[in-house]
Design a protein around this ligand. Structure first.
Ligand code: ATP
Ligand code: MG
Length: 425
């Protein structure tokens, strides 16, 4: 016998005990995005490497060091998608869905980044992304944020997350700011952390994001981005805030919020929590009016966000917010003795499933004596156990045992679904 092959580090199995929490979150998201008129889009997990180089940006963490890139058998460079926005734009534009049109799209699925695995940070993780195209005005930025707030409310998370908001202006404003930031920081280059020193040349805005305390200290007296924001972006930002206020969505302005990806402009936002340690951001997004053009399409305004499902699962578990309905459970367990009762038990099980599809009905399979079958019924956690033997089959009935009280009574098989329905559901 050979040794067992293990999963890849940082790539997790979602086991049966966990998958119902995932379904609970995914169902909640699907319901919320549907209620805002968003349509699901599905695209491949693998794309040409160039898509992410151009879409995410050469100088981002993702492209510099996190991508799973490999050569196809014909020598073409392919990459496992590290995020969804570039693929979403590629797919929608390729299908002619973007130019001069309005689209509200969402997707869910695995993303891949070569990062150091730790709590809330994995190499295969899952995102739900929501992207809208063709709308340049701040009302759509607000709609997306209000949508996320509704989702938090639905999941019981609203008071456990904080909305951080910023505007990073148009490209020209950012360029002007970058120039003065670089000029200022260059004087203190030796005091910056290694990553920030490198970013001084590649992606200076990201230095604002640095977690290094020395770097943060140097930044205290650095020029501030808000002094460089253009009038149009400021008006956009003001209107966004007015709409959020009118909708009672609280937020804080974080002038250092810049986001790690190249494609953002104007609005950026994050929902953060204090309950997950360093992996504090559960949802992040913003406006990216330049991306469609950057990927070769006709200029199309766009705004969107992505949320990390692992972090949401962790958050719900940490806060004890996983409702019972999100835990898989058995409602009815059926035991039978003898061939005729076995056949009758199939019939009973199917008639219950037909009449009340929402119930989970477990028919005991694999034989065994009555006592053993009843033990399994106990263990299943079912509210009711149906017991069928030769006598019951002859009379066309079954015994129904209420597992919470131990009370047992006979029920005519033809009425079994209605009988159960009167207690369950
Ligand atoms: P971080 O600063 O935590 O690395 P990021 O800026 O790289 O996040 P985005 O690319 O904006 O993250 O992705 C959006 C969301 O996806 C994050 O807020 C987070 O919830 C989730 N996410 C990102 N990377 C990972 C990962 N490696 N493992 C689990 N979730 C992740
Ligand atoms: Mg990251």
């Amino acid at each position: 016998m050979g040794s067992k092959v293990q999963a890849i580090r940082g790539m997790n199995d979602i086991l049966p005990g966990q998958s119902s929490i995932w379904q609970y979150i995914e169902n909640a998201v699907a319901e919320v995005v549907n209620s805002y008129g968003y349509h699901q889009i599905r695209f491949p997990i693998v794309e040409h490497t160039e898509l992410f180089k151009r879409g995410v940006g050469e100088t981002t963490d993702i492209v510099e060091k996190e991508m799973y890139t490999f050569d196809d058998r014909n020598g073409e460079s392919l990459t496992l998608r590290p995020e969804g926005t570039a693929s979403c734009v590629r797919a929608a534009d390729q299908a002619g869905l973007l130019f001069n049109q309005i689209q509200r799209l969402w997707y869910v699925g695995p993303m891949f980044r070569y990062e150091r695995p730790q709590k809330g940070r994995y190499r295969q993780f899952h995102q739900i992304g929501v992207e809208s195209f063709g709308m340049a005005t701040p009302d759509i930025d607000a709609e997306l944020i209000i949508l996320t707030a509704r989702l938090w409310k639905k999941l019981g998370l609203l008071e456990h997350v904080e909305l951080q908001l910023n505007t990073i202006g148009v490209a020209e404003a950012r360029e002007n700011f970058k120039a003065s930031l670089v000029e200022y920081l260059t004087q203190y280059k030796d005091e910056l952390d290694e990553d920030s020193q490198r970013r001084l040349e590649t992606n200076p805005l990201r230095i604002l994001d640095s977690k290094d305390s020395n770097t943060q200290k140097v930044l205290e007296n650095a020029p501030s981005l808000d002094e460089y924001i253009d009038e149009e972006s400021q008006a956009h930002f003001d209107r966004l805030q007015a709409i959020l206020k009118a909708n009672d969505v609280p937020y804080v302005i974080n002038r250092k919020l810049v986001r790690g990806l190249d494609y953002y402009g104007k609005t950026v936002f994050e929902w953060v929590t204090t309950h997950l340690g360093a992996q504090a951001t559960v949802c992040a997004g913003g406006r990216y009016d330049g991306l469609v053009g950057q990927l070769g399409g006709k200029a199309t305004p766009a705004v969107g966000f992505a949320m990390g499902l692992e972090r949401l699962v962790l958050l719900l578990e940490t806060l004890n917010l996983v409702p019972d309905v999100a835990k898989a459970s058995t409602d009815v367990f059926i035991v039978s003795m003898g061939d005729a009762a076995e056949l009758a038990s199939f019939k009973a099980a199917e008639s219950i499933r037909e009449t009340v599809p929402s119930l989970t009905v477990l028919r005991h399979c694999g034989g065994g004596n009555f006592k053993n079958q009843m033990k399994k019924a106990d263990k299943s956690g079912a509210r009711f156990t149906l017991i069928m033997g030769e006598n019951e089959v002859e009379k066309n009935v079954c015994q129904v045992k209420d597992m919470t009280t131990g009370h047992q009574e006979e029920c005519v098989l033809d009425n079994i679904a209605e009988y159960l329905l009167s207690f369950l559901n």
